[in-house]
Design a protein around this ligand. Structure first.
Ligand code: NAD
Ligand code: ZN
Length: 381
């Protein structure tokens, strides 16, 4: 089958690899029709991880079930399904509590809970930027889509990751009706967090970034754009909230945060959030913070740890939640919003490409070239 394969830093190729197949009785095999490039793929693409060359990338997948193992009882051949990026079993102590991002069964690496497709350190699972995808524990993991799935794939595919993740950011930040909410990062995840906050009737949503096209997308859904290359985001948020700070804050950038001049500051958005959110306010962090290299010469990494202004965080009595999204907690309800015509998350999509064009898609998205907000790939044409 054709697949997008990691080959080394900033190098992916579309190659022929052995077909994905069912390996366990509980597996489902999906013919992938829509699969996205995600900001999380860039951690691997940029060579920040130790992903072995040859691995198939892609964790935001949608397609048609073409085979089910003998132990599968719910999902049927022909179903259109969206697959959460978490590979979860459904029966371990964490899955039982809804913590499917921290499944105790699916990651064979000792001491690491949780698994994902096409990811470094998240288990051996190949991704779905390919013609076929093996879905372990298919009955649990596949979200069977409604009858309009084939026509609305670019909406439903956002249920694999970025819409639930944006929603998770607002859940972790405890967003309630009327709240003022600041979102750092107006990439696909930040835009979905802003979208989620509007669905939760936030009183005011502010989005911080420096790419005009991404800020314009945020503005399209009623968020106030804040360009941190032109103004201090903290000052602007204080001004907009009459000197108090936002009620809630969402971090949708991660440890690759940089200043508008392009210098990396892994702690920049965390510390800006502590400053921008009010006393006793709440912060949700979904941007990825991978444990950093203790040998890094950058003293912001402080011997492998990311420097965080804990003193101010404590003084302000703030609360923070973080981590990978438990997609299954949200995807069914968000699916209903799409099906009922209340949501159209595909508004973040800027490009729909054939799988063969993935290397160019990665290049543009990685450079955050103007207009390249979210890239969707179609392996099956
Ligand atoms: P992205 O990299 O395209 O978006 C990040 C945006 O942040 C960019 O537009 C960039 O200009 C902006 N940015 C950089 N530094 C900034 C700063 N100092 N202040 C404000 N904005 C800044 O990627 P994305 O797809 O939107 O993903 C964002 C993060 O979310 C990544 O770390 C990704 O790995 C993570 N993620 C987490 C989960 C989860 O389950 N927790 C799921 C998906 C993605
Ligand atoms: Zn993703």
């Amino acid at each position: 089958m054709k697949a997008v394969v990691y080959e080394g830093p900033r190098q992916v190729g579309v190659r022929n690899v052995p077909d994905a197949r069912t390996e366990m009785p509980t597996d489902v095999l999906v013919r992938v029709t829509t699969t996205n490039i995600c900001g999380s793929d860039l951690h691997m693409y940029e060579g920040r991880t130790d992903l072995e060359p040859g691995r198939v990338l892609g964790h935001e997948n949608l397609g048609e079930v073409v085979e089910v193992g003998p132990g599968v009882v719910r999902v049927r051949v022909g179903d259109m399904v969206c697959v959460p990026f978490n590979v979860a079993c459904g029966f371990c102590a964490n899955c039982e509590r809804g913590l499917t991002a921290f499944c105790l069964t699916t990651n064979p690496e000792p001491g690491v809970d949780g698994a994902a497709y096409g990811f470094a350190d998240m288990g051996p699972y190949n991704g779905g930027q390919a013609e076929l995808l093996r879905v372990p524990f298919g009955d649990f993991n596949c979200l069977v889509l409604p009858d309009d799935a084939r026509e609305r794939q670019s909406d439903y595919v956002m249920l694999a990751d970025i819409w639930p993740t944006g929603w998770h950011a607002t859940q972790l930040a405890c967003v309630q009706a009327g709240d003022s909410v600041v979102i750092y990062g107006a990439g696909p995840v930040g835009l979905m967090a802003a979208y989620s906050a509007t669905f939760k009737s936030a009183g005011m949503v502010m989005a911080v970034d420096r790419h005009p096209d991404r800020l314009a997308k945020a503005e399209e859904i009623g968020a106030i754009p804040i360009d941190d290359s032109k103004t201090s985001p903290v000052d602007r948020i204080m001004e907009l909230t009459h000197g108090r700070g936002a009620d809630r804050g969402c971090e949708c950038v991660g440890y690759q945060a940089h200043d508008p001049q392009g210098h990396e500051h892994p702690n920049m958005t965390l510390n800006n959030l502590v400053k921008s959110v009010r006393f006793a306010g709440t912060i949700g962090v979904v941007g990825v913070f991978i444990p950093t290299d203790p040998g890094s010469p950058d003293d912001l990494y402080k011997q492998g740890e990311i420097a965080f202004d804990y003193g101010m965080f404590w003084f302000k009595g703030q609360t923070m939640g973080n981590g990978q999204c438990n997609v299954k907690n949200y995807n069914r309800q968000l699916c209903t919003l799409i099906h009922e015509g209340k949501a159209r998350p595909s508004w973040v999509v800027s490009h729909e490409l054939d799988l063969d064009d993935a290397p160019g898609g990665y290049e543009h998205f990685d450079r955050r070239d103007p207009g390249w907000t979210k890239v969707v790939l179609h392996p099956a044409g």
